[in-house]
Design a protein around this ligand. Structure first.
Ligand code: PLP
Length: 473
């Protein structure tokens, strides 16, 4: 493709995307296609002859769009949001255009150094502890997902506890007083499944994961955590890791980070804080209390790609001690050796993650942060919380529906009072209507609906219309 042709098609693509945003509300939010519709409609093999991009775009309209669930629709209230914004998309385009693979500082110094600066910016933006700043003992890095971030934290915790032995010998045991003892980790029954998956794939084993019960607010029972640790120690296990959550996926439950950190520090456990979506609320100082005590944690993660108007994928991980993380994940084959790495003066972010290669993710974050500014981000986050609270007040005032969990931020869990079957049928009807999309969870065994507000262009009017539809159906 020549530069001129690229320019022509590129302008057309931007037009297409801008027009798409203009018409997204006319399309069913949840894709209504059947399994294999698209797969069967596409040719079995690569075209022999070159095709025009305009032909591809015709197929985008005809074949791809029907199979899209419109995550960027202002009527998308499902799961947690996956952010996107004009500035972030432009930054992401630039990243594609530059086509940089930033595994080493030397493979594109700007890729590393912009990321370094963005991580420091996020520390200030969220009011995180200063030791997460790169000039101090800790530091931050962009991962693809919260799942990768917790795996990386878990591995670093394992190596810290085993004195970097497991990296060499493998397994899930440490030697204490001449005896081999199994490592055990702690989460709550409400912790995201990515922690369990990290135990699975790290070889630590899900048998060695303890799920601590939660209280009526869906936060981890810290007394039960202490009891379980004591029981495990008495049974010859070695507790080494605990994860506290700021904003659980099912219900936005907030763990008592400070108390869990105190227990972790007393028992020599690595404390990881998963604030995947709700961490973004800390952009507003009035919400920072939710993660009080975070300065005592060993690692902290939140996803700008959820609620910070940054395109997927972009997940920010901070560690208190970067040397430990780097030691856990470093490996330097001959073909990667270079003067800058050997000088010790640079960061090679490949040593902070599982894969070797890495995209220039910091660009899209930089564009988004500069476009919105702190004031713009605070405006939208406060507005989402305000609208969600308004929605909750309508539920409270209704005769038919009830609130089923605390709703401190932008997620409201609620249900129809007539029981599971009615709620399940209602979710199906709502989503089949194409007007809105919301998803369910189970809390205390009950089927409940989740309404999450997180798109920059979702207004109170959208949520009001959703509430009217819920009542009508
Ligand atoms: N942690 C929490 C609390 C989440 O809600 C999610 C996803 O919604 C995750 C972790 C996993 O996120 P990711 O898709 O970035 O791995």
């Amino acid at each position: 493709m020549t530069a001129d042709e690229f320019r022509k098609q590129g302008y057309a693509m931007i037009d297409w995307i801008a027009d798409y945003w203009g018409r997204v509300e006319t399309m069913p939010v949840l894709s209504q296609v059947k399994p294999n519709d698209l797969f069967n409609a596409l040719p079995a093999t690569v075209p022999e002859q070159s095709e025009d991009i305009s032909a591809v775009m015709q197929d985008v309209e005809k074949l791809i769009l029907p199979g899209i669930t419109h995550w960027q629709s202002p009527n998308f209230f499902a799961y947690f949001p996956t952010g996107a914004s004009g500035p972030s998309i432009l930054g992401d385009m630039l990243s594609s255009g530059l086509g940089v693979q930033g595994m080493l500082w030397s493979t594109s110094p700007a890729c590393t150094e912009l990321e370094m600066k963005m991580m420091d910016w996020l520390v200030h933006l969220l009011g995180l502890p200063e030791h997460f700043l790169l000039e101090n003992e800790g530091g931050g890095t962009l991962q693809d997902s919260a799942s990768s971030a917790c795996l990386v934290a878990l591995l670093s915790a394992r190596e810290r506890m085993s004195n970097f032995e497991i990296n060499h010998s493998g397994g899930n045991e440490v030697s204490l007083n001449g005896k081999s003892k199994k490592l055990v980790a702690y989460i709550s029954t409400q912790t995201h499944s990515s922690l369990e998956k990290a135990m699975m794939i790290s070889g630590l084993g899900t048998d060695n994961l303890r799920k601590i019960p939660v209280d009526e607010n869906y936060s981890m029972r810290t007394d039960d955590l202490e009891k379980q640790i004591a029981e495990d120690k008495a049974n010859g296990f070695v507790p080494f890791f605990v994860c506290g959550t700021v904003g659980t996926t099912s219900s936005n439950g907030i763990d008592d980070i400070s108390t869990i950190c105190d227990i972790a520090n007393k028992e020599n456990l690595w404390m990881h804080v998963d604030a995947a979506m709700s961490g973004t609320a800390a952009v507003c100082p009035e919400f920072r209390d939710m993660q009080k005590g975070v300065e005592k944690a060993d690692s902290y993660n939140f996803n700008p790609h959820k609620w910070l108007f940054t395109n997927f994928d972009c997940s920010a991980l901070f560690v208190k001690n970067k040397a430990g993380l780097i030691k856990t994940l470093s490996i330097l084959p001959e073909y990667l050796k270079n003067e800058a790495t050997e000088s010790g003066a640079v960061i090679d972010y490949r040593d902070w993650q599982i894969p070797l290669g890495r995209r220039f993710r910091a660009l899209k974050l930089w564009f988004a942060l500069r476009h919105y500014g702190v004031e713009g981000l605070q405006f939208h986050i406060r507005e989402h919380v305000r609208i969600a609270q308004k929605f909750a007040s309508w539920v409270v005032a209704s005769d038919d529906f009830e609130i089923v969990a605390p709703h401190p931020l932008n997620l409201v869990c609620f249900r129809h009072k007539d029981g599971d079957a009615v709620n399940e049928a209602l979710v199906k009807k709502l989503n089949d209507s194409g007007e809105i999309y919301l998803t369910h969870t189970k809390l205390n065994g009950d089927y409940v609906m989740r309404m999450c507000v997180g798109k920059a262009d979702t207004t109170e009017e959208h949520v009001r219309k959703a509430w009217d539809l819920i009542n009508k159906l």
